[in-house]
Design a protein around this ligand. Structure first.
Ligand SMILES: NC(=O)C1=CN([C@@H]2O[C@H](COP(=O)(O)OP(=O)(O)OC[C@H]3O[C@@H](n4cnc5c(N)ncnc54)[C@H](O)[C@@H]3O)[C@@H](O)[C@H]2O)[C@H](O)CC1
Ligand SMILES: [K+]
Length: 551
């Protein structure tokens, strides 16, 4: 298995192994089927233009459907009147005007507040201004929001670039200050639809009615925190219009790629994981990663530990094999890399880094081990720290690499400030993936899984209970197990993110989100991996196999 590089056979980390059997496009740079496509602004514009030009659907018709759906979402959420629709001057404003017309037609009291004079509106928006029955829009003023039962934000949509300029910024602040429920038209004004970045003022919506399909920016923080509930509105975009190629939401369908256990498999073949880490005082992390790997389906799990901590870890683990390795300053000695390489030859995946420590020896060891190991690795925790500012070192590896940083670790890897990563999560994850020629998983409720070619899988999240110590080690163990079982690295990483989130949510339901600890997440893994339908054993392991008698 190799990364796609010049001069090397093109084997995509997206899962060509499944491409033929599952019919999943991947090697051509499109998204696999188990990612639910998310649109960037430019991709949505292209799909829009295709529908208008190739299928001859008038742009006004698309706007009509968009505004009709938006009105439904507003009506559902406004339990009294008046509803206030605030408009800018582009097509987003046009959708808002259609929405206002439909709400008035239903007998709702609707006030339209405009930032611009009618002659400044775009063509379709102006047409819909002319079609608006009743009162004309009033110039926007903060006081006019007082008493609003609901505000519809139709200021800026996918056509916006950069921080909202005056007068948008002040209007956005006033909308947020009003205290009224807010429904955003397509995207909360101020959120970048392509990146989820929020470079200035941005509306904090309770719900977003987004047209055709969801946008990237509604699922990546900080934009995701502004979106509220996301409602997709069908507007009749042509079926064969260009589809997104860069980002998608990890869907339940990825679970189908989890390989069934063969009746004839022995413990090594059902997934052999080696956890390399541990140091004096840091023994829990490798133990958690190892336990998680085995619960996630690895048939055999070994731990390579510095000699003096071996017995400590061994006393906690029954099913996993703990090996003692040469030690320096309480952690692994770089001299042991050669032995590690020999050991790893039979291994399906190495989890490198949990509890390794940050001494000079640890750093030298992690770098040498990552460079030398000829098998897939998941690099976590101190294994990542050892590569701070040196991501390029990983690009020469000959087998897949998965990096699993949180924002602070990614900042150190890229040698930038953590605020920079926080504000540009997509860009940062892509940058690390490109420089390391690796999969870069950036943790968060909106976990991002970036590939070197810029494609990104995004987690739908929903598991705040995972914000507790040790859950990162658990995630590392799950990824390692899935890779060791033979899943392609991207599918393995994404399914691990999904299973981890499901397990965290299940543990929270059982114990309360504040009381979940990492071990509880491991306990929930079997059900989380099996999914809502329960485990699906392949026919060949469906029960005892007795010979059938004829006659
Ligand atoms: N298929 C669809 O999804 C459909 C979408 N529709 C709606 O159209 C908008 C996109 O419309 P567009 O006219 O391209 O852009 P906007 O309405 O977002 O506004 C652009 C407008 O704002 C100015 N501008 C840009 N950036 C800034 C800034 N930072 N500060 C201030 N002003 C800015 C720019 O100059 C323009 O004048 C989409 O979101 C949907 O709501 C269709 O109606 C139906 C099909
Ligand atoms: K908007």
């Amino acid at each position: 298995m190799q990364w796609q590089r010049e001069r090397e056979p093109a084997v995509s980390p997206l899962g060509d192994g499944q491409a033929s059997s599952d019919g999943q496009a991947s090697s051509d740079g499109s998204l696999p089927r188990w990612l639910r496509p998310l649109y960037e602004a430019e991709e949505m514009r292209a799909a829009d233009a295709y529908t208008i030009e190739q299928v001859s659907v008038p742009s006004l018709e698309l706007m009509e459907r968009a505004g009709t759906g938006l009105a439904r979402v507003c009506a559902e959420r406004a339990h009294r009147d008046p509803i206030v629709v605030v408009i800018g001057k582009g097509n987003n404003a046009g959708d808002g005007l259609v929405c206002a017309r439909h709400l008035r037609a239903e007998g709702r009291e609707v006030e339209v507040l405009a930032l611009f004079a009618p002659e400044e509106l775009s063509g379709d928006a102006r047409t819909n201004l002319e079609r608006l029955p009743g009162d004309r829009p009033k110039p926007f003023a903060r006081e006019r929001l007082e008493g609003a039962a609901l505000i519809c934000d139709a200021l800026l949509g996918t056509g916006a670039r950069g921080a909202p300029r005056p007068p948008f910024d002040a209007a956005i602040a006033a909308i947020n200050d009003s205290g009224a429920p807010i429904v955003a038209c397509d995207i909360p004004s101020g959120v970048d639809a392509t990146t989820g970045e929020v470079p200035g003022a941005a509306v904090r919506a309770h719900a977003t009615a987004t047209f055709h399909a969801s946008k990237v920016g509604l699922h990546v923080r900080p934009g995701a925190e502004h979106a509220g509930e996301v409602v997709e509105i069908e507007i009749g975009i042509a079926r064969d219009a260009p589809r997104p190629r860069r980002c998608g939401l990890i869907s339940e369908e990825v679970a189908r790629l989890y390989p069934p256990r063969s009746r004839y498999g022995h413990k090594f073949r059902t997934g052999f994981v080696l956890v390399v880490g541990g140091s004096v005082g840091l023994t829990g992390a490798p133990a958690l990663a190892a336990l998680a790997a085995q619960r996630a389906g690895a048939g055999y799990v070994q731990l390579a530990l510095p000699a003096s901590v071996r017995d400590v870890v061994d006393a906690r683990l029954l099913e996993q094999m703990c090996l003692a390795f040469p030690e320096r300053d309480g952690t692994h000695d770089p001299v042991s890399v050669e032995r590690l390489g020999e050991l790893a030859a039979r291994v399906g995946c190495v989890a490198l880094g949990p509890g390794l420590g940050r001494t000079e020896a640890a750093i030298a060891f992690a770098r040498a081990a990552a460079a030398a190991l000829p098998v897939p690795i998941v690099l976590d925790a101190d294994g990542l720290g050892a590569h701070a500012g040196e991501l390029e070192l990983l690009a020469t590896r000959r087998a897949p690499t998965v990096l699993t940083p949180h924002e602070g670790e990614l900042a150190r890897l890229l040698a930038v400030d953590v605020d920079e990563v926080r504000a540009h999560r997509l860009r940062s994850a892509r940058e690390a993936a490109r420089r390391a020629q690796a999969i870069c998983l950036l943790k968060g409720d909106d976990t991002l899984v970036a590939l070197p070619d810029g494609r990104v899988a995004i987690s739908a999240g929903g598991s705040p209970a995972l914000a507790t110590a040790g859950t990162g080690d658990v995630l590392t163990g799950i990824i390692a197990a899935f890779v060791a079982r033979g899943m392609e690295p991207l599918a393995a990483t994404c399914f691990a993110v999904l299973a981890h989130a499901r397990a965290g949510a299940a543990a929270a339901r059982r114990l309360g989100a504040d009381h979940v600890i990492a071990r509880d997440v491991i306990d929930e893994l079997p059900a989380a991996i099996a999914g809502p339908g329960g485990p699906a054993p392949p026919a060949e392991v469906g029960g005892p196999r007795f010979p059938r008698r004829l006659g």
